[in-house]
Each structure stands twice: as structure tokens, then as C-alpha cells.
Design a binder for this molecule. Sequence first.
Ligand SMILES: [Zn+2]
Ligand SMILES: [Zn+2]
Ligand SMILES: [Zn+2]
Length: 352
Amino acid sequence: MRNFTCTSCGNEVFFENLTCLQCDHAVGFDPARSKMVALEAAEDSSWRAIGAGEPSGLVCYCDNYQYDVCNWLRPAGAPSGLCLACGLNRTIPNLAEPGSLTAWRNLELAKKRLIYSLSRFRLPMDGSKWNKGRLAFDFVRNATTGHLNGVITVDITEADTVERVRQREYFGESYRSLLGHLRHESGHFYWTILVEASGHLDGFRAVFGDERQDYGAALANYHINGPAVDWQNQFITAYASSHPWEDWAETWALYLHIVDGVDTANAEAHRLRAAGMVPPAPGGAKSGFDAYRATRVDTLIDRWLPLMVAMNSLCRSMGHEDFYSFVIPPPVDAKLAFVHRMVRKFAAQPAG
Ligand SMILES: [Zn+2]
Ligand SMILES: [Zn+2]
Ligand SMILES: [Zn+2]
């Protein structure tokens, strides 16, 4: 994710902020332009963006601002009171139940990062043009986390940190995170559009295997017998070995981790350079690299691997366990390359 700056004073603001800590202006995220903007109050609970070149139209915070779960903006007078991301919610937790609001807040933080990435890739969130579903979210208690026709269901107990850590240990998934879940589940939706509806099933099967094998039986087999003994040589996670659809979704999640991680590192490198911790870029030029528009997947992986080594070293020097220790075996390189090709092909299509 890029670094954001306050459009009023130029200080850094984070994606989740509601105010600028330097100039005290209210700030919000404008999804139409993927940027944070400083705001001044106008009439009727609407706001006007401030800063050079900012549009003069009035904006409002999303209705979920009142619960302190959303800082996204929408045009004043828009038919929906919800922002682009909250408008995708089909079910939200029952806020009368203890702990629901905190869980929802955690889910929204993760979901907003997912929606941000999908927007940067310019991926559609409505698949009806291809006779597929629309991306939507059901955040409910005591449900099975999963995906069906665009609807991503998340059991809100996943958003409870203690419960998530318990499950993380139980399932041996040391990198379990809400954002990871959402990225994985979104992969199932994008498979239907980027692969199935776009005529790439043969290419998919050549890399991931035949998805027509019985899905229910494959998952049952995985849960009873565990992964194939040599899964590390072919899959990014044990679970990816359960069925080609799960392999795609796990690879998709990894791909989104890589692109967003590289994007963030690229943004942070400027700060480290300013602090004298990294030598200046050759010629002092600011890198114009955009991880979300990288032409070659190798460019991303070549940046990702040293970044993970550095992150792991930093974690060890702070007395923590490794940040991320997935080794990418050659077959997974080929799978990442396939995911990358599908995203690039799609992004290259004319809009509309
Ligand atoms: Zn400011
Ligand atoms: Zn919202
Ligand atoms: Zn899945």
C-alpha cells in the first residue's frame, strides 16, 4: 500500500486515520482516487476536500463512520449512504451482542485493504456481466468461513484475536490473518471471472490440475488424511494440496500478499532513504515502479524474497518468530505466474 499524506499540511496519514495528527483536520479515504484527503466541514454534515487541486464537490463520510468502523468518503447526495466498500456488506454482526462491534471493526480494516488492492488492480466487483455473482460480505457469528457465488462469509469469531490465535495453533496455520482469509476467499470469486468465464480453463488445468474432481470428497479426504507427504515441493501451503480450487485461492492470496507487500516496501524505501538507512536510488530518481502494474511476475518475486529475508532478520532482532517463512518451490512460481497473467490480461481489457 502507498504512503498517504495529508492534503492540507503534507504530513503522513495512515489509511485508517480519521484526523491528521499534525494539523488536526479531519481526513477520509476517497476510493474513487485511492487517496486520503483532508476535509473541512461544510453544511449538513457534508465536507469539502482541502488542498491544492482538490475537487470542490461536497463529500460525506460513509454512514458506518458513526460506529467508528469506516473512514471512507462518498459523494454528498449519492443514493447510498454507504461507501464503496461498506456497500458490499450483505450482513453485519448484531451490534447488540458483546464483542460484535470490535469484531466488525477488525473485519472492516481487513476488508478495506482487500478492496483497496482490488481497485488498484482494476478488478470488477460485480460479475453479473459474466453471469457470475457480485462480491458481497456476510459477517456472521457461528458460520463457516467460505465463498459462494461472490458472497464471502466470515465467522466473526475469526475477528476475535484470542480465538484466531487458538485456531492458528490448532490448525498449524502460523500465518492465519483476517486479511489472509479475505484474500483467499476473494480468490474463489475471481477464479470464476478471470479463469472460468474468460476461457482459461485449459491453461488453469495445466498448472493447477483438474478442478472437476469431486470438491466435497477432496476436502473430506484432506481433513481426514491430511496433505500429501511431499506437499512442500508443489504447493505453497498444506491446504493448497486439497483441491485445485483451494490451490488457486491459496496462490491468489500469496500473490496479493506479494504485490501489496512489495508496494508497501517501495513506499517505505523512500522514507528509509530519507533517513539515510538505504543508499539513494541511482541518479537520485524516485522510483516510478508500481507493483500493481508490474509487467513481469519475476519483478515482483525478485523484490519480495529479499524483503522477506530482511523482515525475518528484523523480527529475530526484536526477539520474535520469523515474519514469513514460506519457501516458494518452482511449481508455485509457475502458479504465481499464471495468476499474474490472468490479472494482467484482465486489466488490459478495455473498461465497460
Ligand atoms: Zn494535516
Ligand atoms: Zn464505509
Ligand atoms: Zn477456499
